[in-house]
Design a protein around this ligand. Structure first.
Ligand SMILES: Cc1cc2nc3c(=O)[nH]c(=O)nc-3n(C[C@H](O)[C@H](O)[C@H](O)COP(=O)(O)OP(=O)(O)OC[C@H]3O[C@@H](n4cnc5c(N)ncnc54)[C@H](O)[C@@H]3O)c2cc1C
Length: 391
């Protein structure tokens, strides 16, 4: 049996290794358009490679995988994050899990992952042909073809009948034009919420004010949840920030009342809630229209309402996006409607399989995207192995 894998990224290389182990008599040829395999893995996680996640902070799978969570439920059932860790440790890579659940090689060196995969491919006799770009999947001569070309590289599927969801970027930061908040660049709020006005898209976590707008895990997550909506809006939307995290309005109001009651003679500008920096509080006071020189005892119900509103739903005009440390993933790709979720084989073209980011599956940051590559690659390899007797 001859299998062609198209794309020597995380999914392609992992799939090739799994195939050679599952089907030792099968010849596996990996076509890679670029000069070297695994170029992206080498730069993941800022060169440290956040290869998976403990999933401990994830309640529902949709939180990690806004698109493709149903597929990921199956894929993780077949090859979980714990299986991934055990797999790499068996191959001699020692791993470390950070308190936030992100898993890295103990060496903090992505090249250790690259070298491990390359060594295994060589040992198992996987042929990798670099500089070999495939322009049309129908022209590939093999018993089975696995497309692992990553996000956005869909040209080779045009005309094949495979249904595609249009690719748009995910995981970006927000540009806020010349909004005065940019003067607070460097301000970090550990537990904020970020939402897109008029939608259900909402995310929580640390938020960072930058010199172009807003970034940090809460914003990156929101960009992922709202990736397609934001693309449709031309990256123009209203961002609503909750500076104190996920709290009820009544609780925020009570905290302000308690703060003001403790400091009746002080001006509003000289008290603040511990979650906020003094500069951020000044900014919010100014934006709310409540006079900063007012004494706390003089802050009446209207001032309290205005301050509660700004702490809970502080509006900012988003007018564009920027890359986060050059890290991004693609939302969209091969439609999951046309893929057998057990085997990752195309429903319209038997013998054609998919794995990794080329599928309409993508995740928030934290190692979930690479986990999708490992799990779907294993699912496709097992799918080919289970279908081989069909040949
Ligand atoms: C800078 C950066 C940092 C990241 N860091 C992390 C991280 O720490 N943790 C995490 O989980 N995720 C991270 N991601 C996301 C993660 O890297 C990807 O989701 C993952 O690499 C996808 O793997 P893949 O094999 O599907 O695609 P890719 O890694 O993109 O590989 C696809 C391969 O196919 C080749 N190819 C494309 N078209 C063709 C063609 N027509 N013919 C032949 N070959 C072709 C490409 O050259 C490429 O080598 C990061 C992404 C970026 C950009």
């Amino acid at each position: 049996m001859k299998v062609a894998v198209i794309g020597a990224g995380a999914a392609g290389c992992f799939c090739a290794i799994a195939l050679r182990r599952l089907l030792p008599d099968c010849a596996v040829l990996v076509h890679e358009a670029g000069p070297r395999p695994l170029r992206k893995v080498a730069v993941t996680g800022g060169g440290r490679c956040n290869l998976t996640n403990s999933f401990e902070g994830i309640g529902r799978l949709q939180e990690a995988y806004p698109r493709g969570w149903q597929l990921m439920k199956r894929a993780l059932g077949a090859f979980s994050a714990a299986d991934t860790q055990a797999w790499f440790e068996r191959e001699g890579v020692r791993l470390v899990t950070q308190p936030d659940g992100c898993v890295f090689p103990r060496s903090q060196d992505a090249m250790e992952i690259v070298r491990t995969l390359l060594r295994l491919m060589e040992r198992l006799g996987v042929e990798v042909r670099c500089g070999s770009r495939i322009d049309d999947v129908r022209a590939v001569d093999a018993d089975a073809v696995v497309v692992t070309t990553g996000g956005g590289a869909l040209r080779l599927l045009e005309g094949s009948g495979v249904a595609l969801e249009p690719p748009v970027p995910s995981l970006f930061t927000f540009n806020l034009g010349d909004d005065p908040v940019r003067a607070l660049a460097g301000t970090v709020v550990e537990n904020a919420t970020a939402a897109l006005a008029g939608t259900k898209f909402r995310a929580g976590g640390p938020l960072l004010v930058t010199d172009w707008g807003m970034s940090g895990p809460a914003i990156l997550k929101l960009s992922s949840y709202g990736a397609r909506y934001l693309a449709e809006q031309g990256y123009r939307a209203q961002l609503l920030v909750g500076w104190l995290g996920d709290r009820a309005d009544a609780e925020v109001r009570e905290r302000l009342e308690a703060l003001f009651a403790e400091n009746p003679r002080k001006q509003l500008s000289s008290v603040r809630l511990p979650e906020l920096t003094a500069r951020l509080w000044q900014h919010l006071l100014q934006k709310s229209g409540v006079r900063a020189e007012l004494r706390c005892a003089e802050a009446g119900p209207r001032s309290l309402s205005r301050l509660t509103e700004i702490l809970q739903r502080d509006p900012y005009p988003v007018c564009g996006k920027s890359r986060f440390k050059e890290e991004f993933v693609t939302c969209g790709g091969v439609s999951l409607r046309d893929v057998n979720l057990q085997t990752l084989e195309s429903k319209c073209r038997p013998g054609l399989y998919f794995a990794g980011e080329v599928l309409d599956v993508d995740a928030i940051t934290g190692g979930f995207n690479l986990q999708a590559a490992w799990s779907t690659a294993m699912l496709a390899a097992r799918g080919i192995a289970s279908n081989k007797d069909r040949k």
